[in-house]
Design a protein around this ligand. Structure first.
Ligand code: NAD
Length: 483
């Protein structure tokens, strides 16, 4: 699969330059240098993509699940066969360790496609029999042309998490990956060509969010928007989509609590907590950035945690020994560093990290931040309320269950929460009372693709995953027959 320096849009099965012929620089965050060009598409490119998707819809939606399943499996196989190229592209675009892209991002991307390709074979709808000579059944029909917009932190992983259920259910798509990380979506368009996906079924338009993305949301012929990204962007999208009565799925930001009780399995907890704090440089919406530790364990935890964090290897994402690569962009690095400054102003004590790391050689201008642990902050300060989305965590002691519940639930977010305890009653009580869409007990990021995925409060609206995604991408029509 050819790693192309000039990314092109994928419209009606063809690779096309944007109508404006203007391009955006694509940076490699590990070196801080431009390594490719991205189409700076506008509403005209989106308009073409929508027309292509409309043309493709009657054929694709009536093709039958068996044939859709076969094409999707071919795409999944091609992605898997080209694991090395996809992983290298993902690591180069995001700055994440190549080992992570190889072991998590790309395997999960082809797993997503296979999961929904096979799910559609088992998808069924309800029937409701009435007592008196009538029966209702629900038809679940594809929506038509749908829009899928994804972020930069897990690019192909989250792109396929939307595209696969939408296609399996018979929709056609206009999709946009993040302008910061477009390369694997581009490679996916090559995989679609190779797999023989009919023209127009999936169209990928690259460009800025407030231009290309917004044109997708504003287009009247796009029936639904599945969006993953920041809460503020989600709010803008909701405002545009609401008067147009578009179906919306919004997966937004988080500020997840990681709650550690003294009776936990310490070894399991501590190694998982290093991961849940700093995996992907802390740029996973599910990372536990607020760590609450029961008082009697606090000092032991602090000592061991900081010791392990200091040992994390920061460096060239392509090197096998690297644990921490670069953060995604200069502006994101500056944002994260400004939060570390804010934490200090708020009275926080930096136990480790707390600064940009300047590498030697080719990586000298890369965007590296030392994994940072901060203590001494109250639960309600800005550092503990706002999403930082980088390698920064705070640690705080607590005494009582009700107290930590109050702290944990005190933010506007509610995506995920992790609880460490061996007390099963307490685990149930906490799971019930934590305000989050996803609760992990004695684990983190253990994912079964059949389960509902999404957040409460400002972390989102709707659920992805399993049947939830197939329901989102279909319209329920009730048919009542009297006999
Ligand atoms: P972002 O909101 O800046 O961008 C996400 C996508 O939306 C990009 O493709 C962008 O180009 C596009 N976009 C931006 N403005 C737009 C507009 N006005 N109209 C349409 N599209 C627009 O988010 P990001 O910085 O790429 O990603 C980080 C955020 O994503 C974090 O807040 C993180 O928590 C969140 N996230 C959430 C989940 C989840 O499942 N809940 C998963 C991953 C990331």
């Amino acid at each position: 699969m050819k790693f192309d320096k000039n990314i092109r849009n994928f419209i009606y099965g063809e690779l096309k330059a944007p109508i404006s012929n203007s391009h955006i620089d694509n940076y490699d965050p590990s070196t801080g240098t431009v390594y490719s060009k991205i189409p700076d598409s506008d509403e005209r490119d989106v308009g073409r993509a929508v027309k292509a998707a409309q043309l493709a819809f009657p054929h694709w939606s009536s093709l039958g699940v068996e044939r859709r399943f076969r094409v999707l499996l071919r795409i999944a196989d091609i992605v898997e066969q080209h694991l090395e190229e996809f992983a290298l592209a993902e690591s180069t675009d995001t700055g994440k360790p190549l080992s992570l892209a190889k072991s998590v991002d790309i395997p999960r991307a082809h797993a997503n496609i296979r999961f929904f390709a096979t799910s559609i074979l088992h998808f069924s709808s309800e029937s409701h029999q009435m007592e008196k000579e009538a029966i209702n059944f629900t038809l679940r029909q594809p929506l038509g042309v749908v829009g899928c917009i994804s972020p930069w932190n897990l690019p192909l992983y989250l792109f396929t998490w939307k595209i696969a259920p939408a296609l399996a259910a018979g929709n056609t798509i206009v999709a946009k990956p993040s302008e910061l990380t477009p390369m694997t979506a581009y490679l996916l368009s090559l995989a679609c060509i190779e797999a023989g996906l009919p023209p127009g079924v999936l169209n990928i338009v690259h460009g800025y969010g407030n231009k290309t993305g917004q044109a997708i949301v504003e287009h009247d012929d796009i029936k639904a928007i599945s969006f993953t990204g920041g809460t503020n962007t989600g709010s803008t999208i909701a405002r545009i989509a609401a008067p147009r009565f578009k179906k919306l799925s919004l997966e937004l930001g988080g500020k997840n609590p990681n709650i550690i009780f003294a009776d936990c399995d310490f070894d399991k907890m501590i190694s998982t907590t290093v991961r849940s704090s700093f995996a992907n440089q802390g740029q996973i919406c599910l990372c536990g950035s607020r760590i609450f530790v029961e008082s009697q364990l606090y000092n032991v935890f602090k000592e061991e945690f900081v010791k392990r964090v200091k040992k994390l290897n920061i460096g060239n994402p392509l090197a096998t020994k690297t644990d921490q690569g670069a953060v995604v962009s200069r502006s994101h690095m500056e944002k994260v560093l400004s939060y570390i400054e804010l934490a200090k102003q708020e009275g926080g004590i930096v136990l480790c990290g707390g600064e940009r790391v300047i590498m030697k050689g080719k990586q000298k201008d890369g965007y590296y931040i030392a994994p940072t642990v901060i203590e001494g902050l109250p639960h309600d300060c800005r550092t503990n309320q706002e999403e930082i989305f980088g390698p920064v965590v705070t640690i705080m002691p607590f005494n009582k269950e009700e107290e930590v519940l109050k702290y944990a639930n005190s933010t506007v977010y509610g995506l995920s929460a992790t609880v460490w305890t061996k007390d099963i009653d307490r685990a149930h009580r906490m799971a019930e009372k934590l305000e989050a869409g996803i609760i992990w007990v004695n684990t983190w990021m253990t994912r079964d693709l059949r389960t509902p995925f999404g957040g409460v409060k400002n972390s989102g609206v709707g659920r992805e995953g399993g049947l939830e995604a197939l329901r989102f991408f279909t319209e329920a029509k009730n048919v009542c027959i009297r006999y």
